[in-house]
Design a protein around this ligand. Structure first.
Ligand code: ZN
Length: 501
């Protein structure tokens, strides 16, 4: 291999190390750190991220990149080296366009906005948060302007999470999906919810923990290269492909919360554990995009973990762990309970069928805010109107409405669509997997997940971040991103559960 490529790898490897060290500190902050450590930790994280940024955007790295490109231009465009150079080039050019003044201003504004949002949410007072939100969206428009010309002011933001994807692509997909999904949710609501009272009994934390780990071990999450801890909000973090950790949280009076969070995070973690070793310690040792990442977590959480064959396998075991709570509950009743669909106010608690409607609402609002077509002061009213239109319910206050999510206060605009896209992509994979592994359901009933995991490893995981999301989807499915498999999945599954014709 050329010496210039080796030199580039050395430089990006050092940046990778700095970022991994930041991740360790951030993991510690959420899992172990005492509250008193907050101020010192913020300083440590700021120092590390500024070092990483300076190093990554340096002239030295730019020169190394040019030299390495001289070598990779002679290689196959899909080789690891050529892809490394193109991914680093993309990131390098993006980061160099943003001024240091903007970064400092954005960091100051978001940290203040976050505090204001917490207080506003606690007091359900949107008015006190509105000025900060105006400032954030102005800063976000300024950010987009670094990347002019663009088709839409939303595009540069979306591109940070879904490289290559445009607002118009998301809009087209959502427009296609919305009426179908609203109609389906309405039909389900008319059929009435199943009884899920058995899920709200007392379930001791230690037993929940043991059962969840038993399941993800069988999925193939490697505990020699990972571990699970507790945190306020479940997440996955990677310090390298051989140390990918998950966290969960336990509600002793609601069984599904920790279990499905564990399956979800293990899905993310197995993706990162499956990146091929050749890509370690480079920017390619990562997921293709947030939507592709979410396609992995949702696949294990919902398509596997909320499926009938899965519970045929695991329900007896769960009854053994919780005999007094579930001993008298049939498999059928339990399966219906964990698949309960009910329009609700809070996105993070939404079920499989209603979840995307929450996302579409946010996407439409943040797109209009970016266009400067929606006065921030009108946001609560429009939020509530859309909730009524899509889900048939109206939030009683701003805390359960427009103030519920942390994202905008943190400056994360363009992030929400990736959740919904992940659901769609997961179903695209699922149809292909069904063709490739005809007895998949039998395998799941037998607790065998190795062929499923091998398919994901071969087609998706091993490539890490080599391919952009749309490119990866096309390589694997031969088509573009589509909502059809997702709609087929919802209609089949919930049609059966709710007896819809
Ligand atoms: Zn996730």
């Amino acid at each position: 291999m050329g010496t210039h490529i080796e030199n580039l790898k050395k430089l990006v490897g050092e940046v990778y190390d700095l970022n991994a060290a930041s991740s360790v500190l951030a993991w510690d902050q959420q899992v172990l750190m005492p509250p008193g450590g907050a101020e010192g930790r913020a300083a440590q994280l700021a120092t590390l991220s500024s070092l990483a940024h300076t190093k990554f955007t340096s002239n030295e790295l730019g020169e190394a990149l040019d030299a390495a490109q001289g070598e990779t231009d002679k290689l196959d465009a899909d080789s690891d080296e050529a892809r490394l150079v193109s991914v680093v080039r993309r990131e390098y050019e993006k980061q160099r366009k943003v001024t240091a003044e903007w970064v400092a201003e954005y960091s100051r504004a978001t940290s203040l906005a976050h505090q204001t949002w917490q207080k506003a949410k606690a007091e359900s007072d949107f008015g006190s948060f509105a000025p900060k939100l105006k400032e954030i969206f102005q800063l976000r428009r300024d950010y987009a302007d670094f990347f002019k010309p663009y088709d839409h002011v939303y595009d540069p933001l979306l591109d940070d999470f879904e490289p290559g994807m445009k607002a118009a692509d998301v809009q087209a997909i959502f427009d296609d999906l919305r009426t179908h999904q609203v109609a389906l949710v309405q039909a389900i609501a008319d059929a009435g919810p199943p009884d899920d009272s058995m899920l709200h009994l007392h379930y001791p934390e230690a037993d929940q923990w043991a059962f969840g780990e038993e399941v993800v071990r069988q999925f193939g999450y490697d505990f020699d290269r990972g571990r699970q801890d507790k945190s306020a909000h479940p997440f996955t973090t990677s310090f390298g492909i051989d140390d990918v950790r998950i966290t969960t949280r336990f509600l002793e009076d609601y069984l599904p919360s920790a279990l499905f969070a564990t399956l979800h995070e293990a899905g993310h973690a197995m993706y990162e554990q499956g990146v091929k070793p050749e890509l370690a310690r480079t920017p390619l040792a990562d997921g293709s995009s947030l939507a592709i990442h979410e396609s992995q977590s949702r696949l294990w959480e919902n398509l596997v973990g909320r499926s009938w064959p899965f519970w045929v396998r695991f329900y007896g075991r769960l009854q053994e762990v919780f005999p007094s709570q579930l001993g008298q509950v049939s498999l059928d009743d339990f399966y219906h309970a964990v698949n309960k669909v009910e329009p609700s106010l809070i996105r993070v608690e939404a079920d499989e069928a209603t979840y995307n409607l929450h996302i579409m609402l946010r996407f439409e609002l943040e797109k209009a805010l970016m266009e400067d077509n929606l006065p921030v002061d009108d946001l609560p009213t429009i939020w509530n109107d859309k909730m009524q239109e899509y889900l048939g319910i109206t939030p009683p206050d701003d805390a359960k409405g427009v103030l519920q999510d942390v994202h905008w206060s943190a400056g994360l605009v363009g992030y929400f669509p990736t959740y919904a896209l992940g659901n769609l992509v997961a179903c695209q994979w699922w149809e292909l997997i069904g063709d490739a592994i005809p007895d998949l359901e039998k395998q799941i009933e037998a607790g065998q997940f190795d062929e499923l995991l091998a398919w994901l490893r071969t087609n998706i995981h091993q490539h890490g971040r080599k391919f952009k999301p749309t490119e990866l989807i096309e390589r694997i499915t031969g088509e573009g991103l589509s909502a059809e498999p997702y709609l087929r999945y919802l209609r089949t599954k919930f049609g059966e559960i709710y007896g819809l014709s």
